[in-house]
Design a protein around this ligand. Sequence first.
Ligand code: FUM
Length: 522
Amino acid sequence: VKDPKRHPLIVGSGIAGLYVALRCREMGLRPTIVTQGRLEESNTRYAQGGIAAAVGPDDSPARHFADTVKAGDGLVDRAAARLLANDAPARIAALARYGVPFDTIEGHIALGREAAHSRDRILHAGGDATGLSIEETLKRRVLEGGIDIEERTTLRTLGPGDGVGPVAVVVRAPGGAAVTHEARPVVLATGGAGNLYRQSTNRPFAMGEGIAIAFRTGALVADMEFVQFHPTAFWREGAPRYLITEAIRGEGARLVNDAGERFMLEAHPDAELAPRDVVARAVEGEIARSEHPHVYLDATRIPRDRLFARFPSICRFLTLYGLDPSKDRIPVAPVAHYMIGGIATDLDGRTSIPGLYAAGEVAATGVHGANRLGSNSLLEGLVFGERVALQLRHPTRGGPKRPARTIELSLPPGDGGAEDTATLDMIRTRLWEDVGIVRTPEGLRAALAAMEALGRDVEPSSKGTVPGTVANAALTASLIARAALERTESRGAHYRTDWPRRRKIWERHVGLSARRASRGAR
Ligand code: FUM
């Protein structure tokens, strides 16, 4: 490669990865996308509710900003939120230019409501197939643009680069040899970590591997204690934890217990449209109180035509399980959904490592604070993706602020044990049980000890060996448990029984970084 600066490597093909690649190409760069599965496989594809933007006649970016800040429970980076809200209409226009068929009513863009939004501002496509429409549209543009794509290819390590960016080692599945990309700008758009939890809406590969690889390379990681649980995933033995979008509550669906009582009325003045963390905890509380494994979403008051037109995918899915949501209540329970924390970046997606960028769910910009507002996630991939693309074109120096409370952790060699699915299962069960919606100090300590022990088993015993997926899962899981133990308060998505309230001293972020002596190309 003649000029590696002009050849950024983009890892991941959800909304952030595809958008950065497209914008890079338009700016004359020659990006390569590396992605674990097929190009179109990502969590983005399964996003239902939509994408938030203040484009309605009664709305404004200032309101969108204020709602984002309020939901974030005292920890939102205001500059990031202002940027998100102000830039949202322009990013929607960009998606429309690419051809995303947003739903309209009588020629006007159709806007839905979601929890903690003070206005109808959720754009959607194909009813509840917003992520699918966006992913497919961007994929088409990427293919038309002749962008280099390496499918079924996994990032394994990042090594020290020469200032332009890190060296990336990727492996082509199945059984392919390792390929080393020379030092160049690398954008991690690897998505979230929801599948580190036994119960999750996420796709199988969403296990925070990008976070672990960046952390091992020396990147600062932040806000890992904030894992968002979605209150309403379909709950039936043996069925997938399929998302039942919050937008259904925006249309009037109610949460009821087995006795048909609307328990959210007592939990929050906004009832079913309270912030997501509040609803998730209330549902969890109702499940514990009633000893019933789930609650119900009752959408029967929404007119049948409207329900089936607005939420066709959900209605189709429920039909498979013999349910008609216009007549039947939908069994639901909270599950892990979105990683608020991740690789710390500044507002231009720059991490603490020169030439390494992060965008989308894998990044921690501070924009969501302690609790993300629904439908701000697809948006963040675009808004911060745009800024990453601009940086790639004209790189400047910068990076995230190191939180005053940053814990340095060592990464000692392990026993080099074989990786297996049993270890992964233990990680997923432990996180779900002890680092879930309601956390206790004993549970957090036990989970951290368990993650460290499991990590030691599978961590390579020599520095030259590349850690595998399970070692990376154990590492990311231990970062979540470590940060949750550190934050001795309850705020947003992080709730501890020993500190059930917010504390002023905790109006700050928790950073995590690898102790310098332990770093290297592992
Ligand atoms: O309920 C939903 O459709 C989820 C939206 C989101 O996570 O932003």
